[in-house]
Design a protein around this ligand. Structure first.
Ligand code: SIN
Ligand code: FE
Length: 292
């Protein structure tokens, strides 16, 4: 199976031909990774020190940045380095946004820009709880942020300066995965969505869609028979490359690597070129009922 759709662009602002745009959106929505092997995010020599894994606060794997507010979380840095890191993350967030808008113009009007993250810590050999272990195949779903069907699009750049690749695995198509595991998922307890919202556990209402997606995330990571038998393909991203995919749809695992940047976007299902490819629509078909 070919899990990558490659584009040879070297510039974050394109240009992209209409054929490239059409092929890219089809591939992305079909659950492929759009891969730009010649597109580098440039880290200046003066920024090299920011790639030290020690800049991450104890025990945290990601430094998280909100480009809307400028809030930086989980970094253990002095004032000058904090300013330098923020400047680098803003540059990355802006570049990512112009790439996504340029390549997928039909998404531009409704694209929501989420958080930016910097992942300076080596993945391999780190301790994780099973549920937080992203070395196991999973789809992304957030316990505290119900998406109510909205898509999660994530763009990654490997910025390691020591040649370290980021090694991923990609799993089977979402429809196959969901058909296997979704029918056995018990519905949420009556009243639980209201309670979680009331208690501040969720920002917004956890719909049945969110419930099923969280359970699918957990089953993929925790169900031993799925873990042992699930189809998987190895993909390796060298430094100086960029890749993106709908991480709510693409089963993915990150096995090794350090120094990656990531930008999250959200997108309404109705903005897709083919809304039938959305996990919401796929799950509603399998379960034969509305989930939002
Ligand atoms: C993940 O989204 O599961 C981790 C991806 C990565 O950090 O490479
Ligand atoms: Fe993930």
């Amino acid at each position: 199976m070919d899990v990558l759709f490659s584009l040879s662009q070297t510039d974050w602002t394109g240009p992209f031909s209409s054929d490239e745009r059409a092929d890219a959106v089809t591939a992305l929505e079909a659950g492929k990774l759009v891969y730009l092997p010649r597109l580098a995010f440039t880290v200046g020599n003066s920024e090299a020190g920011l790639l030290d894994p020690k800049i991450s606060a104890a025990g945290r794997k990601n430094i998280s940045f909100d480009p809307a507010t400028g809030d930086l979380g989980n970094a253990a840095l002095g004032a000058d380095d904090t300013a330098a890191l923020k400047a680098m993350l803003i540059r990355f967030s802006d570049a990512s946004t112009s790439l996504v808008r340029g390549l997928f113009p039909q998404y531009a009007a409704t694209l929501e820009i989420g958080r930016t993250s910097f992942r300076p810590v080596e993945i391999e050999g780190r301790e994780y709880s099973a549920r937080h272990d992203d070395r196991r195949l999973h789809i992304d779903a957030f316990p505290s942020r119900p998406l109510q069907g909205k898509r999660i699009l994530r763009l990654f750049a490997n910025i390691a300066r020591d040649g370290a690749e980021r090694a991923w695995q990609v799993g089977e198509p979402f429809a196959d995965f969901a058909a296997r595991l979704a029918p056995a998922i018990a519905p949420p307890l009556p009243g639980s969505a209201w309670l979680m919202r009331r208690a501040g556990i969720t920002k917004g209402r956890r719909t049945e869609y969110d419930h099923v997606m969280l359970k699918l995330h957990d089953r993929a990571k925790l169900d031993a028979s799925y873990r042992d038998h699930a189809p998987r393909f190895d993909v390796r991203f060298p430094p100086g490359t960029v890749w993106m995919c709908f991480t709510d749809q693409v089963l993915h695992a990150a096995l090794s690597g350090h120094a990656a940047l990531e930008q999250t976007f959200y997108l309404p299902v109705a903005s897709l070129a083919d809304p039938a490819t959305a996990p919401l629509k796929v799950l509603e078909k399998i379960l034969a009922r509305p989930l939002v």
